[in-house]
Design a protein around this ligand. Structure first.
Ligand SMILES: *Cc1c(COP(=O)(O)O)cnc(C)c1O
Length: 453
């Protein structure tokens, strides 16, 4: 074919069996779009002399299919996390428990009592769903769940401190990641930032003297992803609370990671817990649902009833509200803690509680299945803006490959993608973060790639 007029028309293309098959898979409008796109592209390239022969109808249909596949391909894909970073923010933070997934599934499939009171048959409130669980777990008077912890901070400050002073230590004006900078969020809320102390040292006196002027809040922010070491000083939270209360000022604690358990139990440093902040007498605490709690993305706000009531009434509360799947999933995750079964049910807690013997056993089974690789000692980390510089011992499967860069890339382009790390000329895979149900796919992927070299 050397004349554009011999190119089949859209109508002719649609008559073919192959087109009928594409329509069944992708729908008529999109298939039509793709055919037009490929024909236009063919004409342009033919006219500009980039193409001397016109393609056959079969080839045009094959190109149409590639185009349709490209247009409909998902960019959000499940991956196998063999990196050993338990709360990998770029890989979606916490994988969810079975009960959490079931709860999210069931509430999303149909209608629910999201805002409906069964007793009265009248309108109810979505804010009640996780509230009683949070009250029971933490002893807080009231609770509220929003979209994430960043929005929780914005909402709290907007509701309680708009155009008013908020005292915070310079050592806590941190950037958490993903552009969340504490001073910027404070400004956004309309609060007046009052910095006290220095980068490395803040004393109780600094807080007390700042509180001599009318003040809306004192705030503590968990440094999350970095450590302050050396010539440093910071008062205990309970002393800050005491000083604040003496001045009639409530205290907000942005915990970020917000563990309900002691991470020291797993050989890690101690991460401040929600219960400790409660015991210190903090008035409002916020933390993430998908960090050390191991649930869906959410921002959890707990604390004194009068302050929570104010926060609930602020217009931004509607803007950052949690959806039904989040509320259902979060409740299911919280229930694991209430029933003292988190270690068995919550995937990230399970990962932390794995024994070295269990991990070594899995790495050895992988090596046996692959017929190669060494078992070496290594470290897993928690990630997700918690426990900076902390790691837990693990065992890794270490593979000798020709080019680690090429092999890592091949792992990433596997279906499903496999995320590993390298050290010197070796590729390292950590069984701690590989979900048991993904092991089969991991080994198939590895076998194929190792065969190719
Ligand atoms: C992670 C973190 C946030 C943000 O939490 P998201 O749930 O990711 O929005 C806020 N504050 C602190 C201290 C954090 O560590």
């Amino acid at each position: 074919m050397t004349n554009l007029r011999s190119l089949p028309s859209v109508e002719q293309m649609l008559q073919t069996e192959a087109a009928a098959y594409l329509i069944a898979r992708f729908g008529r409008p999109l298939t039509l779009d793709a055919i037009r796109f490929v024909l236009d592209d063919t004409r342009t390239r033919f006219r500009s002399g980039l193409m001397s022969d016109l393609p056959s109808t079969e080839l045009i249909l094959a190109q149409t299919e590639s185009q349709l596949t490209a247009w409909t391909k998902s960019t959000l894909l499940p991956v196998i996390n063999a990196s050993g970073v338990i709360l990998h923010t770029n890989l979606g933070r916490a994988p969810l428990s079975d009960a959490t997934l079931r709860a999210m599934d069931i509430v999303s499939r149909g209608y629910s009592t999201l805002e409906f009171d069964i007793e009265s048959g009248k309108r109810g409130s979505r804010l009640i769903h996780a509230e009683s669980l949070l009250q029971k777990l933490t002893g807080a008077e009231a609770a509220l769940v929003v979209n994430n912890c960043a929005s929780a901070v914005l909402l709290i400050l907007s509701a309680l401190a708009n155009r008013k002073r908020v005292i915070i230590s310079r050592s806590q004006l941190v950037e958490i990641g993903g552009g969340f900078r504490v001073p910027d969020v404070m400004k956004q809320s309309g609060a007046k930032l009052v910095e006290v102390g220095t980068t490395n040292k803040v004393r109780l006196f600094d807080y007390k003297s700042a509180a001599e002027e009318p003040t809306a809040l004192m705030m503590r922010v968990h440094r999350s992803n970095f450590k302050l070491v050396g010539f440093t000083e910071e008062p205990e939270l309970k002393d800050i609370v005491e000083a604040a209360h003496a001045a009639g000022v409530p205290v907000v604690d942005d915990l970020g990671s917000g563990a309900l358990y002691d991470t020291a139990k797993y050989g890690l440093a101690h991460e401040p817990t929600v219960q400790e902040s409660m015991r210190a007498g903090v008035d409002i605490i916020c933390f993430s649902g998908d960090k050390l709690l191991g649930g869906p993305q959410a921002g959890i706000i707990i604390g004194k009833a009068d302050l929570i009531a104010k926060i609930k009434k602020h217009p931004l509360a509607r803007v950052v509200r949690a959806d039904k799947a989040c509320l259902a999933g979060l409740s299911a995750t919280l229930l694991h803690y209430l029933k003292d079964e988190a270690e068995r049910e919550v995937p990230i807690v399970k990962m932390m509680s794995l024994t070295l013997k269990q991990i070594k056993g899995r790495a050895e089974a992988w090596a046996a299945e692959l017929g190669q690789g060494q078992i070496v000692e290594g470290e897993s980390t928690v990630g997700g803006g918690s426990l900076p510089g902390e790691s837990m011992p693990t065992f890794l499967l270490s593979l000798q490959v020709n080019s680690t860069e090429k092999f890592l890339r091949a792992l990433r382009t596997n279906n499903p993608p496999i995320i590993a790390r390298t050290e010197a000329d070796r590729v390292l895979l950590d069984p701690r973060t590989v979900l048991p149900e993904q092991e089969g796919a991991l080994l198939v992927g590895l076998k194929n790639l190792l065969k190719k070299g």
